[in-house]
Design a protein around this ligand. Sequence first.
Ligand code: FES
Length: 165
Amino acid sequence: MANKKTVVPFQGTPEQEKQLREVIAGLKDTKGALMPIMQQAQDIYGYLPIEVQEIIATELGIPLSEVYGVATFYAQFALNPKGRNKISVCLGTACYVKGSGDVFDRISQRLGIKSGECTPDGKFSLEACRCIGACGLAPVMTINDEVYGRLTVDDVDTILAKYND
Ligand code: FES
């Protein structure tokens, strides 16, 4: 799975594009419009794929590199969609010293994605997080609202299999 292409196909709808163009039309003559447009674009699509960045750049008459630069600079913007199952591995100190880094690496390897990415089938996304206040269960990860504690790398396959429906 490690060599699998991780780019998730863009699946924007005409309705979403119409909404986006309305947002841009409403704000484009306002000073400092780029950030609010990007924020609303992310609300519409759930993330900021390059196709959406291109529309914003074209409509505002600015280079794509400028939009891309803002999208990658601010943590509030996501360049990849979230998966149907959002995996978040705690890399806070208590978890890290108990091996959460290895757990993270195993998941990354099994799914063929890095932090902040989503599998091409949209099933899983992976991210690292800071302490979630469950240090007594370290190392900890969450998948959606489910908390998994006292993990070992050997638990990873069994846990992921539960979500492979
Ligand atoms: S460090 Fe992981 S839950 Fe606190």
